[in-house]
Structure formats: structure tokens, C-alpha cells
Design a protein around this ligand. Structure first.
Ligand SMILES: *[C@@H]1O[C@H](CO)[C@@H](O)[C@H](O)[C@H]1NC(C)=O
Ligand SMILES: *[C@@H]1O[C@H](CO)[C@@H](O)[C@H](O)[C@H]1NC(C)=O
Ligand SMILES: *[C@@H]1O[C@H](CO)[C@@H](O)[C@H](O)[C@H]1NC(C)=O
Ligand SMILES: *[C@@H]1O[C@H](CO)[C@@H](O)[C@H](O)[C@H]1NC(C)=O
Length: 492
């Protein structure tokens, strides 16, 4: 079928995938609409039945325990504030307006547990660290661990850092713009470029303004690292404001997805995603599904999707941690940002978003175009000049992470980059793993210690006690030592 551009060059397998994809998305759209109008009792009925069915298949539920109760509390926490309350922390909310008019929610944890001075929005005189989440996430991913000693955010607070947590435009805490309504396609017309040009530098500038510090340390996870690579590479002056960039599960030019059919199809034509998902938020029905399904069922669905798409086994994340954290995994992002990722994977190059989609369809009918995979343009957009980054870079990556190709990445980074391999780690377990407090967090602290402004302000870990105990979070204090041994936490 040479005269149907784009579609004409797909194989039978790809047709099948499009068909299934479209049916899935149509079903999703209808269900989201239906769920929105269901009375609570019907939702309760579905929930009860998915629970009954689940227990009929996998056996009766385990008896209640303080850890289960805590995980359940975390799962149910509706927002960042409630998550912090569970662990006895008070937080501050800030809103920063980007130069192109998006309003981003910033969260701040300025005080140790019990240290709250009541003063809000001031400099605390502590070194500042900024944490940024990954694709389709929000700042909650840093604070939804079932043990605060494993949360890098709480650990840094206790060590005496002023911790700030960023949010991308469009997510749960940043779904507002002074120019566009979120139900318009214009609001969702953004890619990683916009995070790099606006969200990251504008958030950092705001934080330095409030804290009166000359620079801050940046800790990113997954896409949060890509945003920093991009932002630091295109804003030379930003390099003076970031004293160290610590990249957890770094992502720059991932090799691709584990699911070969999805991978092949999306790389062949990244813009197919627009046909399937439209031009607004991607998978916006996820929260509705969450309310409908019994939590272990929801965990199993996520578990299997992660295995199918990325080949992650998630063995390092405990079942309780999964049920607590998966509820906080998804947040809104634009379809365009995901298309951007597929363009990067397809060209195997960390480049800016390719707007030249019209041209693709035009050339594809010509003889020259037919030999190329669809979506290829004659000239491609600029690469992010990541080798120009001056800020010290510390990479922490898992050697089982299907999204990281360290050799390719190091070739694109300046010579002063250091990389540490984490044995047996995948991707999500770098923030949620069972032993991150031993395998990951100490290296983050070490890097911060050697680069932060006036590091003598950072407390020594030997003195760290508050965060090592769970008494604020668990129901009864006498379970603390049991917890400590269960999580392998040493009481110091
Ligand atoms: C669902 O279960 C709860 C208790 O587990 C019960 O109170 C409620 O009435 C049930 N709802 C329906 C619609 O079955
Ligand atoms: C967006 O939502 C507002 C109300 O929330 C409505 O007035 C407006 O017509 C909607 N716009 C579109 C394009 O759907
Ligand atoms: C998105 O923005 C670009 C310019 O930044 C514009 O060319 C394009 O038409 C916009 N697309 C939509 C769907 O609004
Ligand atoms: C998740 O998948 C892993 C294997 O990939 C399996 O061992 C584990 O039991 C699954 N967990 C759930 C809750 O389904």
C-alpha cells in the first residue's frame, strides 16, 4: 500500500499492535468517563469484588501488623502533606511561576523532626539540596517509603539539609498555567525541552532566592536526571548555581523498551502516540483505576506492566513497599514528553524535541523516503551539548537497569564525571529498594559532603538518631526494635 503514507510501511505485527493499542485506549477513555459518574457504592462494590477474587486466587490476606498498617497509611495518603505528617515532618509549600507562565508546586522540608521553629519561607542557614522526580511522577515518590530511614529526603533533612522537592509542569502539583486551561491541548504542548529551558532553572533560581544560598546540590531520579543534563548543558550560568549533580538511575539516551513489539513500533514512528493517546495527558485514567481495584491487584498490574515494558523484576522492592508506593507512582505528564523519549531512543541521541512531523509524512511518499523508517527527517534537531557541563556529576546506576547504557552515556559526558555501579539494582529500586539505606543513600551523602557549600554544617551520620526510629509512624513504640531488625537497620 505505497499510497498510504506512514501506514503503508507497517508490518502485520505492527498493525496488530496498533489495533490492540487503539482498542485499549478507546476502552480506557470510555471507562474513565464511566468511572467518573459512578456512585461511590458501585465503586465500593468493584473494590470489594476485586478483593474477594484476589484472595480466592492467591489465598487469604496476611494478618494485620504495624508494618501493614503503616504501608496502608502511606498508600491512602492523598498528598505530600499527609505523607510527611505520617513520619512527623512539617513541610512548606511554594509556588514558582516559570517564564512561560506555568505554576509549579515546590515542596520544602526545612526542619528535622521536632525542630519546627514556626518560621516559614526564610533562609534556614542550612546547605540546600534539590530533589527531582522521574517521568510520570511527582514529589511524593521521595517520601512514600515504608521506613523513613530509607527515604533519601528524610535522611538528608536529619543530616541538616534544607531539602526542596521539585515538580514538573502538568503533574499533580503543577497543573496550572496563567495562559492555558489544562483541558486544552496547548497546556500539554511541552516536552523535555521545556523542563530544561524553564522548569529546572526557574525552580532553582527561586530556591536560591528564598534560601539566600549561593548554590544548591541537585539529586535527580531517572527523567529528573535527563532534565538536569539538559538544563545544565544549555544554561552555562546554571552550572555556578549547582555545586554537584547526583544522578540516580540516570537517563539520557536509553537503548529502548524490553517489550520488543512496543519498542519497534514506537521507534518506527514516535508520533503514533499522538494518534493513540491524543495531545493532552498520557494515561490520565490511572487514578480512576486505582480507586476501583483492591491494592494488591493494582500492585500486580503495575508489577506486570513494568516487567512487560522494561523487563524489571522488582525483586529488591518488598511487597509492602510496592503496595504503599505504587499508589504514588503515577502523575500526569504530556503525551509529547513521552513522544520525545521515543524520538531520543530512535535516534540514539540525547536531542531536543523534533517538531518536524509534517515533513515526515510529506517525504515518506517519495522514493527517497521509502527506504527510511517512518519519522526520519532529513535534518535533525540539536543535541543537548552535555559535554559542556561544568558542575561535578556523580552517577549511581544499577547494573540490571534496562534503561541505562553506561558506555554510551559516559561518552556524552564531561571527563570529570564519576560513576558508581550498584550490583543487582534495576531502576525504581534505586529509590524504593529494601536496602537503599546501605547501598545508595550513603554515596549520595558522601557526594554531597564533598561538594556542598560549607559542608561543616552537615551533621555526621554517627549522630543520626531521629530518622533511624519509626516510633512516630508505627502505632505502638514497642515494635520499633522489631522493625529495625526486619529492615536491617542498625540502632546507633
Ligand atoms: C464493601 O465492604 C465493606 C467492608 O469491607 C462493606 O462495609 C460495604 O458495605 C461493602 N460494599 C458493597 C457495595 O458490597
Ligand atoms: C475547560 O473547562 C472549563 C471549565 O472547567 C470549561 O469552561 C471550558 O469550556 C473547557 N474547555 C475545553 C476546551 O474543553
Ligand atoms: C505547540 O507549540 C509549538 C511551538 O512551540 C507550535 O508550533 C505547535 O503548533 C503547538 N502545538 C499544539 C498542538 O498546540
Ligand atoms: C511481581 O513480579 C515478580 C517477578 O517479576 C514476582 O516475583 C512477584 O511475586 C510479583 N509480585 C506481585 C505482587 O505480583
Amino acid at each position: 500500500m505505497p499510497h498510504i503514507p506512514l501506514i503503508g510501511r507497517l508490518t502485520g505485527r505492527e498493525y496488530t499492535a496498533i489495533l490492540f493499542g487503539s482498542v485499549f485506549v478507546a476502552l480506557e477513555t470510555v471507562l474513565t468517563f464511566v468511572i467518573a459518574f459512578l456512585p461511590t457504592s458501585v465503586i465500593q462494590w468493584f473494590y470489594n469484588h476485586s478483593r474477594t477474587l484476589w484472595h480466592a486466587i492467591v489465598g487469604p490476606p496476611t494478618p494485620p501488623s504495624p508494618h501493614k498498617a503503616l504501608a496502608e497509611n502511606i498508600r491512602r495518603a492523598p498528598d505530600f502533606e499527609r505523607l510527611c505528617e505520617i513520619f512527623g515532618y512539617t513541610h512548606e509549600e511554594h509556588v514558582v511561576m516559570t517564564k512561560d507562565g506555568y505554576l509549579l508546586g515546590l515542596h520544602r522540608l526545612p526542619f528535622r523532626r521536632g525542630e519546627d521553629t514556626g518560621r516559614r519561607g526564610y533562609s534556614t542557614g542550612k546547605p540546600v539540596v534539590y530533589l527531582h522526580h522521574g517521568l510520570l511522577m511527582n514529589s511524593e515518590v521521595w517520601v512514600c517509603l515504608t521506613d523513613p530511614a530509607r527515604s533519601i529526603a528524610f535522611t538528608l533533612v536529619e543530616l541538616g539539609f534544607d531539602v526542596w522537592l521539585g515538580n514538573n509542569r502538568g503533574n499533580k502539583y503543577s497543573k496550572k498555567s496563567i495562559h492555558h486551561n489544562p483541558n486544552s491541548t496547548k497546556f500539554w504542548n511541552y516536552s523535555i525541552d521545556d523542563f530544561a529551558w524553564h522548569d529546572i532553572p526557574d525552580s532553582i533560581e527561586y530556591i536560591l532566592d528564598v534560601t539566600k544560598e549561593p548554590s544548591l546540590s541537585y539529586v535527580g531520579f531517572s527523567q529528573g536526571t535527563a532534565q538536569a543534563f539538559a538544563a545544565l548543558s544549555i544554561h552555562p550560568q546554571l552550572n555556578d548555581k549547582v555545586n554537584v549533580f547526583i544522578a540516580l538511575a540516570p537517563a539520557m539516551s536509553p537503548p529502548g523498551l524490553h517489550a520488543s513489539i512496543v519498542d519497534g513500533l514506537m521507534k518506527a514512528s514516535p508520533t503514533l502516540l499522538f494518534l493513540i493517546f491524543g495531545r493532552r495527558a498520557i494515561l490520565s485514567s490511572a487514578p480512576a483505576w486505582q480507586s476501583l481495584l483492591y491494592p494488591p491487584v493494582f500492585s500486580a498490574v503495575i508489577n506486570h506492566s513494568l516487567r512487560f515494558l522494561f523487563g524489571w523484576q522488582s525483586h529488591n522492592i518488598s511487597p509492602l513497599q510496592k503496595s504503599a508506593a505504587y499508589a504514588h507512582l503515577y502523575s500526569f505528564s504530556s503525551v509529547k514528553a513521552v513522544v520525545h523519549w521515543f524520538q531520543i531512543m530512535r535516534n540514539a541521541k540525547f536531542q531536543m524535541y523534533d517538531d518536524d512531523v509534517q515533513k515526515v509524512i510529506r517525504v515518506s511518499g517519495t522514493a527517497a523516503g521509502r527506504h527510511r523508517p517512518s519519522g526520519v527527517t532529513s535534518s535533525s534537531p540539536a543535541r543537548f551539548p552535555t559535554r559542556n557541563i561544568v558542575t561535578p556529576i556523580v552517577l549511581l546506576y544499577g547494573d540490571s537497569d534496562s534503561l541505562v547504557d553506561m558506555d554510551v552515556m559516559l561518552r556524552q559526558l564531561p571527563g570529570h564525571t564519576t560513576a558508581r555501579r550498584l550490583h543487582g539494582y534495576e531502576h525504581l529500586d534505586i529509590i524504593w529498594g529494601e536496602e537503599v539505606d546501605r547501598d545508595v543513600n550513603p554515596y549520595v551523602v558522601e557526594a554531597l559532603r564533598s561538594h556542598a557549600v560549607r559542608p561543616e554544617r552537615i551533621m555526621s551520620e554517627a549522630k543520626l538518631n531521629g530518622v533511624r526510629s519509626l516510633d512516630g509512624a508505627l502505632e505502638s513504640p514497642d515494635t520499633v526494635s522489631e522493625t529495625a531488625s526486619m529492615y536491617g537497620v542498625e540502632e546507633r
